[in-house]
Design a protein around this ligand. Structure first.
Ligand code: FE2
Length: 464
């Protein structure tokens, strides 16, 4: 496809100048591989640690997962299950079986390549089909994997490698109650599990839904945890008919669940079928609650996991008395990776869909992201947008830190002659104020940043 998707090597700490007076670490996670399916590749963290003295440290390394340790010990490589999905469900089963024979243990590699999340006082690198790795971010600008394949004090199961069930990619924190919430899916009833972590306690609630579905995100209000039962159904038996186990199945219907944080029960509301990977946020109103997310309407059952479908800002207004739901698309801009602060949400603007990804065979499509759009979630209005210069592409989710908005950006011409062009790729860290005015562009010099996924900001007090 293009140079943005080529793997990049680990980097020792590298000092760069900055005008930002802050202390803390921007961390971006993403798959970094060569030859596996893109999403099968090992999780790598690209970090920038601001020292508060006019310097920042660029550092990059893999999460030291159990899978990587096993590969080093056995001198063998895991088979990628998503890469195998190109050839159907049988190939996925064969890959898992080969992994089990090679490594004599859990057959899904814990790549931990999807997201970063804090539970209690600990940061984790996460994926949905296997257990997370705990991380420690150091003041010196590096990080260490503390415990790979962790069950977080026995609160997680070593789950089914096909159906997920380990730990959701995303969680939400309520600073008022010091609780962290996550929704995890699985192929065995009750199909969803709500985990609530506080600094000294963990409680798990079964959430019964009729059909197993894939759930990637959630959001919270002071009264509710908002749970999506949308029809990206997860049926392991599809493997027997040589299909991918997750498919868009609109006839299954779609429901939004409001888990009452006091009563500990769920009320479900029917909505139009769709796929929502990421929610933006929600607001309680006089009548009930308004929920905003990036909604897709796939045109085929294979959409979303294997083929990209554009996503748009969408609001569901639930009236708790009449039980009515009004829903509407707020804007025609294609968006991804929402990050919310108060009423405002910063999304990346989807420029175009590119594909196929050549040797990174699954998913079949990749997207190019060429700017940031700031929306007010209550009014749905576009407040401000910034489009990156020509041939510059966002390669990280937006990070909101102190009063800044930051993204990693790589500048490269998009062409089929991608290997040659990779030599000319230049990467930067763009810093904006919250009105999307550029504050600083940090030139990462010879360090190139490839396409990645989610980001986090590690506060000064969390650096050790
Ligand atoms: Fe995500």
């Amino acid at each position: 496809m293009n140079a943005l998707f080529l793997p990049q090597p680990p980097s020792p700490p590298h000092l760069l100048p900055t005008t930002l007076p802050i202390i803390g670490t921007i961390a971006r996670i993403g798959p970094n591989g060569s030859g596996e399916g893109f999403l099968d590749a090992d999780g790598m963290l690209t970090t920038l640690t601001f020292l508060g003295n006019g310097s920042t440290i660029f550092y990059r390394d893999y999460v030291d997962t159990l899978g990587r340790k096993n590969e080093a010990m056995f001198n063998k490589k895991y088979e990628g299950t998503l890469k195998a999905s190109r050839y159907g469900g049988y190939s996925m089963l064969i890959s898992l079986f080969k992994n089990f024979i090679k490594f004599k243990n859990y057959p899904q590699k814990d790549t931990c390549n999807t997201s970063l999340g804090k539970i209690g006082n600990t940061w984790y690198a996460k994926m949905e089909q296997s257990l997370p790795s705990s991380l420690s971010f150091l003041k010196s600008g590096t990080f260490k994997t503390v415990e790979s394949f962790t069950r977080i004090n026995n609160t997680l199961l070593n789950s089914n490698p096909i159906s997920g069930g380990a730990l959701s990619a995303h969680s939400r924190y309520d600073p008022e109650t010091d609780e962290t919430f996550s929704i995890t899916y699985g192929s065995e009833p009750p199909f969803l599990r709500l985990d609530v972590y506080s600094s000294d306690k963990h409680t798990s609630y079964p959430i019964n839904i009729p059909t197993p579905v894939m759930v990637h995100d959630l959001t919270i209000s002071s009264q509710f945890v908002i749970i999506l039962d949308f029809p990206l159904t997860l049926r392991p038996r599809r493997l027997i008919t040589n299909e991918f186990p997750v498919a868009y199945e609109p006839s299954n219907g779609a429901r939004i669940g409001l888990f009452n944080r006091k009563k500990k029960d769920v009320e479900w509301f029917e909505v139009e079928s769709c796929v929502v990977l990421h929610l933006c946020g929600c607001f309680e109103t006089k009548e009930g609650i308004e929920i905003t997310g990036l909604r897709s309407e796939p045109s085929s059952e294979s959409s979303y996991i294997l083929n990209y479908t554009p996503a748009y800002l969408h609001k569901w207004s639930i009236d708790l008395k009449s039980k009515n739901v009004i829903e509407k698309r707020l804007n025609s801009q294609q968006l991804e990776f929402p990050v919310t602060k108060g009423e405002n949400c910063y999304c990346l603007k989807t420029h175009s869909i590119q594909g196929p990804l050549l040797e990174h065979v699954s998913p079949k499509d990749g997207i190019l992201l060429n700017g940031i759009a700031k929306y007010n979630l209550k009014s749905g209005k576009l407040l401000k947008e910034y489009t990156l210069p020509k041939n510059s592409w966002a390669v990280s989710e937006v990070s909101l830190f102190h009063s800044y908005v930051g993204i990693f950006v790589s500048e490269v011409e998009i062409s089929s002659d991608y290997k040659k062009l990779e030599d000319n790729m230049k990467s930067f860290f763009y810093v904006f104020d919250e009105e999307l005015e550029v504050v600083e562009v940090i030139d990462l010099k010879d360090k190139k940043v490839n396409y990645g996924l989610h980001s986090a900001f590690i506060e000064e007090e969390d650096l050790v």
